[in-house]
Design a protein around this ligand. Structure first.
Ligand code: GUN
Ligand code: ZN
Length: 431
C-alpha cells in the first residue's frame, strides 16, 4: 500500500548558497508518493493522483511538505539541563553538564532521557540527529534502542574524556578505544543507525586518547568523527596551554589523524586562516550551532565567509548549550547572527541548511534531506499559520518565501502538523 501526501512541496535541487534561491523546487499543489519507507515519486498532485489511483491520499491542503529537519550536533544527555542560567562554556560544563551526564551511569535514566529527547525532537520536526552520548557505553545503547523503536535515522557515539572531567566521568585511552570499537561493531549500519567516533574536545582528552581514537578511525574510515572546535576564546587559550606544540586548535586534531571528509567540527567560530584553509582542503564539515553560540556567549559564526570559501556547513541545536529543540528557532538564530555580521541569509538558504545541507554535512545526501525518488521518507508537514501572530503576517504573502519567513522567525513545534518517519506518520503523544 502506498501513501500519497498532497500539499505545497519544497525541496532543493542544489545548494542555494551557490545556485541562489532558484535552487528551490516549490510546487503549490505538489505530491509525494511514499511506499515501503521510501519516496517513490514527487510531482504535481493531480498527476500523481491519476498515476496512482490505489494510493491512500493524505490531503494537507495549503500546508507545506518538506523533508524532516536534520540536527547535525546535539547532546541528547543534556535534554534535562537546557536553559541553565548564567555561565560561559567551561563553567557551564562543570556546573550543569558534567553533573547531569554523571546520572547516565544508570541505564534506566539514560533510557528515559533518550526517549524524551527523541519524542521532543520528532514533535519539533527533527527526524535525524547526530548526537553525543556520555562516557557510559550504555548511554549509546539507550539512544540507539530508542531510535530503533521509532524507526529513526540516528548517528551517535560514546563521548570520550580521560582528563579535566570529574571522577566518574573519565575513561582511559584504552577503554575509550575498546568501548567505542565494541559499540561501533554492535550498532554501525544496523537499521538506520551510524556510529560516530566522539572525542568530546581537545581539553578533555589526553594526547594518548586522541591517538587511540585516531587509530580507531583509521580502522573504520567510513564512520564519521565528531568533536568541538574553537567555540570560545577561553577554550582556545586552554587548548594552547595544554598542547603548546600545536600550531593552532585544529592542529591538535590533525596531529592525531582526526581530520578528514568525515570529520564534524561543532561551532568552529574563532578560526584562523590556516585552519580555514586546512578544513576546506580536508572537506570536513563545520556545524553551526547558533542558539548555543548566543546562549553561552561564544561568538558569531561566519556563515557568509565560510560558505563563500567553499566549506561544508550543517546546522544544529547543540542541546543543552542550545536553547531550543526547534530547527525553526535555530534557523531564526542563524539569521540573526548573520545579520549581526552584515549578511541577510535568504529563507532558502536557512531551509536548505536545516534539511539538505545538514544531511550533506553528515554524508547522508543520498538518503535523506530532500524530496526525490529513492530518498528515505522522513517528512514534515508544516502549518504556515500556526499562531495568530504568524498567521496575520503570512496571510498577505505573495511569494513562498514571504509566507515561510514568519514561520522561520517565529515558529516552533506548533508549526509542525505531522512528522513522518521511515514512511509512517508518527503518533502524537496525548496532550
Ligand atoms: N565543548 C565540549 N563539550 C561541550 C558541550 O557539551 N557543549 C558545548 N556547547 N560545547 C562543548
Ligand atoms: Zn556540542
Amino acid at each position: 500500500m502506498s501513501d500519497l501526501l498532497i500539499g505545497q512541496t519544497l525541496t532543493f535541487a542544489a545548494d542555494p548558497f551557490i545556485a541562489g534561491a532558484g535552487a528551490a523546487r516549490h510546487d503549490s499543489h505538489g505530491g509525494v508518493l511514499v511506499e515501503g519507507g521510501v519516496i517513490r515519486a514527487v510531482g504535481p498532485a493531480s498527476a500523481l493522483r491519476n498515476a496512482h489511483p490505489g494510493a491512500r491520499v493524505h490531503d494537507y491542503g495549503k500546508r507545506l511538505i518538506s523533508p524532516g529537519f536534520v540536527d547535525a550536533h546535539i547532546h541528547y544527555p543534556q535534554t534535562a539541563i537546557i536553559a541553565s542560567w548564567g555561565k560561559r562554556l567551561i563553567d557551564w560544563l562543570n556546573t550543569y553538564t558534567f553533573p547531569e551526564e554523571m546520572r547516565f551511569a544508570d541505564p534506566a535514566y539514560a533510557k528515559q532521557a533518550a526517549e524524551s529527547c527523541l519524542d521532543l525532537l520528532l514533535a519539533h520536526g527533527t527526524t535525524t540527529l547526530c548526537s553525543y552520548a556520555t562516557i557510559h557505553p550504555a548511554s549509546v545503547d539507550a539512544l540507539f534502542a530508542a531510535a530503533q523503536t521509532r524507526g529513526m535515522r540516528v548517528l551517535a557515539g560514546k563521548t570520550c574524556m580521560d582528563r579535566n572531567a570529574p571522577e566518574g566521568l573519565r575513561d582511559t585511552p584504552r577503554s575509550a578505544y575498546d568501548d567505542s570499537k565494541a559499540l561501533l561493531e554492535r550498532w554501525h549500519g544496523q537499521n538506520r543507525l551510524s556510529y560516530v567516533i566522539t572525542p568530546r574536545f581537545a581539553p578533555t582528552s589526553s594526547p594518548e586518547q586522541l591517538e587511540a581514537l585516531g587509530a580507531l578511525w583509521a580502522e573504520y574510515p567510513d564512520c564519521l568523527m565528531q568533536t568541538h572546535l574553537s567555540e570560545q576564546t577561553e577554550e582556545i587559550e586552554w587548548v594552547r596551554a595544554l598542547f603548546p606544540e600545536a600550531r593552532d586548535y585544529l592542529d591538535v586534531y590533525e596531529r592525531f589523524g582526526l581530520i578528514g571528509r568525515g570529520a564534524l567540527f561543532g561551532h568552529a567560530i574563532h578560526l584562523e586562516a590556516r585552519e580555514r584553509a586546512r578544513l576546506r582542503e580536508a572537506g570536513a564539515a563545520l556545524i553551526h550551532c547558533p542558539t548555543s553560540n548566543a546562549f553561552i556567549g561564544s561568538g558569531m559564526f561566519d556563515m557568509a565567509g565560510l560558505k563563500a570559501g567553499g566549506q561544508r556547513v550543517g546546522l544544529a541545536s547543540d542541546i543543552g548549550g542550545g536553547s531550543s529543540f526547534s530547527m525553526l528557532r535555530t534557523m531564526a538564530s542563524a539569521y540573526e547572527i548573520a545579520q549581526l555580521r552584515g549578511t541577510a541569509l535568504h529563507p532558502a538558504q536557512l531551509w536548505w541548511l536545516a534539511t539538505a545541507g545538514s544531511a550533506a554535512a553528515l554524508g547522508l545526501e543520498g538518503r535523506i534531506g530532500s524530496l526525490a525518488p529513492g530518498k528515505e521518507a522522513d517528512l514534515i508537514v508544516l502549518d504556515l499559520e500556526s499562531t495568530p501572530a504568524i498567521a496575520q503576517r503570512a496571510r498577505n504573502a505573495e511569494t513562498l518565501w514571504e509566507a515561510l519567513f514568519p514561520t522561520i522567525m517565529m515558529g516552533d513545534d506548533r508549526a509542525i502538523d505531522e512528522t513522518w518517519v521511515n514512511g509512517r506518520p508518527v503518533a502524537r503523544p496525548a496532550a
